[in-house]
Design a protein around this ligand. Structure first.
Ligand SMILES: [Zn+2]
Length: 497
């Protein structure tokens, strides 16, 4: 099995922020999870460096667009590293391998008869680098995303016959209702398709910053087509002397709602025009909002990802983003909310469960997990747990999958209270039951930690090491017997001082 997941490529006209980190972490959780399932995974992220907005930003700063990209691309690379993203490649659209492949695909679309020359006049948002249709324009002639005033623009350029793909797209959406998720985003895209698709510019006049149109070098390829193609081109040159396209295409895309139209409509149409298979899935997420929140004691009034990572580690940030806001929806986050969940869930519920379990095995069984059967009342709660978890992640239900695991974490804590191993330890007649309880706790902790590994790779690796578990493969409760020697474990999530 192969699994190919992508983040959007990030535009280099500004610094990385939490929104970028959010998409990257989401894709990383899926990539790590699929690796745990033993699949061949390729995880791509990178930067989008062409187009007018970059050229304009460079001009404002008095540098060339190339220099701006060379300064900002490493910032996005660092961001991926800081959030512990396990990407297999970092694409820059200025890469020669990308440009060459873009030209090949665009030429194919041209040769297949889906490109013509014409003049376009319409309302244009320079920040989106996109013309807006009448129904998208907000009051006061403004971009619905950037709220800036649109400009009237007229261009002689090459057009992509998007209108010819209205029916094929409707068919795609009918045959594969899971293609775009969540459903309300799918419906949004479908409504846009059904209102009638207009042809779109495939190129921009020269002197703009971009990849030259192969049959007309006076024009450059419109930045959106060049950018979307990164998902496809990267596979052709990411590994020297090896083309991974066959092995990994089609992709699963993760992206934010503001670029829905490009990914759910333009992109599959363009691929069809080139005779390339459309993506496997397109998962759209919402925004993390920070409005009207209260100050927190250690983070001040803004949830700054760098600050959170420096003080609490990447794991805690990764956990919080997907725990607090249901993936797919918009939702509020706050420094105060972060600290509350850090203390009550990560430090108290999960961290304490880990330390308690290990220390009880140390104290009552000389540090060796008993070889025993777990009590049915605990084991039963884990029936089908791993299968349920993977089914949720197959649908990119990142928040529901986390909730699914957290219920088990809470169940384990409750089981500690119910069985009170410290009382069993004082009763010589209860030695057999204590074995079962301690084995069940160690096994339950191992199973939840394996599932959480994709979300919090560092803390879980430390805990799995302490449990003497070398594998990272997801398996069911009871699939590992006892007999392991447990190690020491410093608190996974130290309490705030
Ligand atoms: Zn805009």
């Amino acid at each position: 099995m192969a699994f190919y997941v992508t983040t959007p490529i990030y535009y280099v006209n500004g610094e990385p922020h939490l929104g970028h980190a959010y998409s990257t972490i989401a894709a990383d959780i899926l990539a790590r999870h699929h690796r745990q399932r033993g699949e061949d995974v390729f995880f791509l992220t990178g930067t989008d460096e062409f187009g007018e907005p970059v050229a304009q930003q460079a001009e404002r700063e008095g540098v060339t667009p190339r220099e701006l990209g060379d300064r900002l691309a490493p910032r996005f690379k660092e961001m991926a590293k800081k959030v512990n993203a396990s990407n297999d490649f970092f694409i820059r659209t200025t890469d020669e391998g990308h440009q060459k492949r873009v030209q090949e695909v665009v030429q194919r679309v041209h040769d297949n008869g889906h490109v013509y020359e014409g003049t376009y006049e319409g309302w244009y948002c320079p920040r989106c680098a996109d013309f807006k249709t009448e129904s998208e324009i907000e009051d006061g002639n403004r971009c619905p995303i950037h709220r800036i005033e649109l400009t009237r623009e007229k261009q002689d350029n090459w057009f992509f016959r998007l209108s010819a793909f209205q029916e094929p797209l409707e068919r795609l959406y009918a045959e594969r209702p899971e293609f775009v998720q969540p459903d309300f985003r799918r419906n949004e895209a479908l409504a846009f398709i059904r209102q009638g698709l207009h042809d779109v510019s495939l190129s921009r006049p020269t002197l703009k910053w971009g990849v030259p149109v192969p049959w007309d070098p006076d024009q450059v390829i419109y930045v959106w087509f060049d950018a979307l193609l990164n998902y496809y081109t990267a596979l052709s040159y990411a590994r020297e002397g090896k083309d991974l396209t066959e092995a990994f295409w089609p992709a699963t895309h993760i992206l934010a709602k503001d670029i829905l139209k490009f990914h759910a409509i333009y992109w599959p149409a363009f691929l069809m025009a080139a005779g390339i298979e459309v993506p496997k899935r397109v998962f759209i997420h919402g925004y993390l909002l920070m409005e009207g929140h209260k100050m927190s004691k250690s983070l001040g009034n803004v949830l700054d990802p760098d600050d959170v990572i420096a003080k609490f580690g990447a794991d805690a940030l990764r956990y919080y983003c997907f725990r607090e806001v249901s993936f797919g929806q918009d939702g509020q986050i706050s420094p105060q909310g972060f600290e509350a969940r850090y203390e009550s869930e990560l430090a108290n519920e999960y961290g304490n469960l880990a330390n308690r379990t290990l220390s009880m095995i140390g104290r009552y069984r000389d540090g060796v997990v008993p070889e025993a059967d777990a009590e049915p009342e605990l084991a039963g709660g884990f029936d089908g747990a791993a299968e349920g978890f993977t089914a949720l992640l197959d649908e990119a239900e990142l928040t529901q999958a986390l909730e699914h695991v957290w219920k088990l974490v809470r169940r384990l804590n409750q089981y500690v209270e119910e069985t009170a191993p410290w009382k069993l330890a004082k009763d010589d007649g209860a030695a057999g039951r204590l074995d079962s309880v301690l084995y069940g706790l160690a096994e339950g902790l191992r199973v939840v930690t394996m599932m959480l590994h994709a979300y919090m790779p560092d803390a879980t690796a430390r805990l799995l090491d302490a449990l003497d578990e070398e594998s990272r493969g997801l398996d069911g409760f009871g699939s590992r017997g006892g007999g392991q020697r447990v190690g020491e474990l410093a608190p996974l999530f130290p309490k705030l001082s």
